[in-house]
Write a protein that binds this ligand. Structure first.
Ligand SMILES: [Zn+2]
Ligand SMILES: [Zn+2]
Length: 351
């Protein structure tokens, strides 16, 4: 198969900085869309993959799965897109399209393994896929999303991962107007959880360990802030939440949060992909509560989210960087020193 060499940024080992490198993209096949990348968000997963924190990284790692760009070229069978369209690519670039999950539009749970935008198995060129820290990408039409032209394209980039990761559980558990929703943790995911829950009409409570995040939480759409270290406050809010979105990215004690749920209510984990501290069965059994997990979202659902964002003018709070600043940005993400997502201006790579 013919390939085209393009510029990218990647890491050659788990302790290496990201540096310029050249990668190959496949030629545009009949069902493919070639996208000129304008912006790419910096997700915490990018750092985990570069550092091999999950033990499955393949090098070089070219991260990036919050891609916004314009269509450069389309294959002969492509019907949904044309040159110049504003489009997005999230965490997935392929799946089997045949299993029960794929048929239900839940490609992220593909029984035969979804193909990640980077570090996934490249079905065309062999080896592994390369992400959005690059000039362009070639993706099959089914995995390309339409981005509304009326929203700020740079600030839309994080919708493709941080956005859908919080949107999907809010929709799946049917959060609606008037529900009391708690968002635990105010980072890249949490800030989108607050914005979406607010836009869906819920009464939103930001649940955080640090008081100094209160003002920002309210600016983002929280009606109230609950300091989780304050026992009195936690007692006042016990048994009162219809839904909890837990975005804490590391191992932590779930029990104090479970106790906030009403009878039959659910807390969904979207952050911590690792062993957790022990849960007390009594807290679940006594009130028929649930603790669940959720990963990103399917393509149909992602499109619905983007359309909703167009209608309600919801985007992420971002800080723009040049590609050359990426290593410093990684350091700052690790220290939670960003409000609330870095987005790379891909012009800086092309010049
Ligand atoms: Zn991500
Ligand atoms: Zn499948």
């Amino acid at each position: 198969m013919n390939t085209v060499e393009i510029k990218a940024y990647g890491a050659k080992s788990n302790d290496a900085d990201l540096k310029p490198l050249d990668i190959n993209r496949r030629e545009v096949l009949a069902g493919d869309v070639k996208i000129d990348i304008l912006y790419c968000g910096v997700c915490h997963s990018d750092i985990h993959q570069v550092r091999n924190d999950w033990g499955n990284s393949k090098y070089p790692v070219v991260p990036g799965h919050e891609i916004i760009g314009r269509v450069l070229e389309t294959g002969t069978d492509v019907s949904k897109f044309k040159e110049g369209d504003l489009v997005g690519v999230g965490c997935l670039v392929d799946s089997c399209q045949e299993c029960s999950s794929c048929k239900e539009g839940l490609e992220q749970y593909c029984e035969n393994g979804m193909v990640g935008t980077y570090n996934g198995k490249d079905k065309h060129l062999g080896g592994h896929t390369f992400g959005g820290y690059s000039e362009s990408v070639v993706v099959r039409e089914e995995f390309v999303l339409k981005v509304p032209e009326n929203i700020d394209a740079k600030a839309a980039a994080p919708l493709l991962c941080a956005g859908i990761t919080t949107w999907s559980p809010l929709r799946h558990w049917n959060v609606k107007k008037g529900d009391k929703v708690g968002v635990i943790g105010l980072g890249g995911l949490g800030h989108m959880g607050v914005k979406f829950a607010n836009a869906l009409g819920a009464k939103v409570v930001m649940i955080t360990t640090s008081k100094n995040k209160s003002e920002d939480a309210k600016r983002l759409g929280a009606d109230e802030v609950l300091i989780s270290k304050d026992q009195e406050q936690m007692k006042e809010h016990a048994n009162s939440f219809d839904f909890l979105l837990n975005t804490v990215p590391v191992k932590h004690d779930l029990n104090p949060y479970i106790n906030l749920l009403k009878r039959d209510a659910t807390m969904v984990l979207v952050g911590a992909i690792e062993p957790l501290e022990e849960m007390h069965g009594g807290l679940l059994i006594g009130k028929r509560r649930s603790v669940a997990g959720s990963v990103i979202g399917g393509i149909k659902e992602t499109q619905e989210m983007l359309d909703f964002c167009g209608e309600h003018n919801v985007v992420s709070d971002i800080e723009m960087i040049n590609m050359q600043d990426i290593n410093e940005a990684f350091e700052r993400v690790t220290k939670s020193d960003v409000k609330y997502r870095f987005v790379i201006d891909m012009k800086s790579l092309k010049n």
